[in-house]
Write a protein that binds this ligand. Sequence first.
Ligand code: ZN
Length: 254
Amino acid sequence: MVARHDLVEDAEVRAGLLTARRGTAFFARKLGELSYADLDGPSLLPGWTRRHVIAHVGYNARAVARLVEWAATGVETPMYSSPEARNAEIEFGATLPPVALQNLFDHSAIHLSVEWRDLPADRWDVEVRTAQGRLVPVSETVWMRTREVWLHAVDLDNGARFADVPAEVLRPLLGDIWGAWEKRGEAVGLAVRVAGGEDAGLTLGEPARGVTVVEGPLAAVVRWAAGRGAEPGAPVTATNGGRPSGLPAAPRWI
Ligand code: ZN
C-alpha cells in the first residue's frame, strides 16, 4: 500500500526527515537561482564545477534511496558498486544538458523522499552499509542526506552561507568532522570552540597548553572545519596559550 504520509513513528527520525527535506528545498532554491551558463562556473570544491556538485547531489539521493530499498526489501543493494563507479557517474553527470541535470536533482530527491515516506515503522532499525563500509541503522540515511544537501547548497557558491544552515545541522556536522579527525589522529594539538550565539562555549578537544584553539561563531567554525574557508563577515580566529596565532588549515575531513 502506498502511504501519503511518513510511516515512521520515531519522533527523532520524523524531525530529522523534516530537516532533510528543508535542506533539499534549500538546495533546490539555490539551484533555481542559477542560469544555465552559471552551471559551468566553479563551486567551492576544488576541481568541481557547479555541474559536478548537482550531479553528485542527484546521484547521492539515488544511492541513499538504494539503502532505504535495502531496508524495505531485505535485498542488499550497495550505495555504489565501487568508489570508481561513483566518481565516473559524477563525471558523466556533470556533462548532462542543464535540463537533464535539473531533472536528475528533482527526480532523485522526490524518489528518496517517497522511499523514506513508505518505509514501514518497524523497518527503520534495519542495518545497511554506507559507502565507507560502516553498518548503520537505515534511520542514519536521514542524517547522511541532510549533511549533503545543506553543505552542497553552500558549495554551489551563489549566496548560500553556513549561517543559513540550521544549528541542528551545524552542531552534529562539527561533531562528525571532529570525530573523523580524532580517528585519524589529526585533532592532536587542536581544539575548536564556538564563540557567541546559542552554542557559545561548545568546545571540541582540550584547549590546554600548546594547543591551537580555533574560535568563532558556530557557522564560521563549521565552515572552516569543513575546509570551505572563511564565512563572509564572520571571522574565525586562532590562539595558542591565549596569544593570537595563525589560523591553521583544517585537517582533511572526508
Ligand atoms: Zn557530498
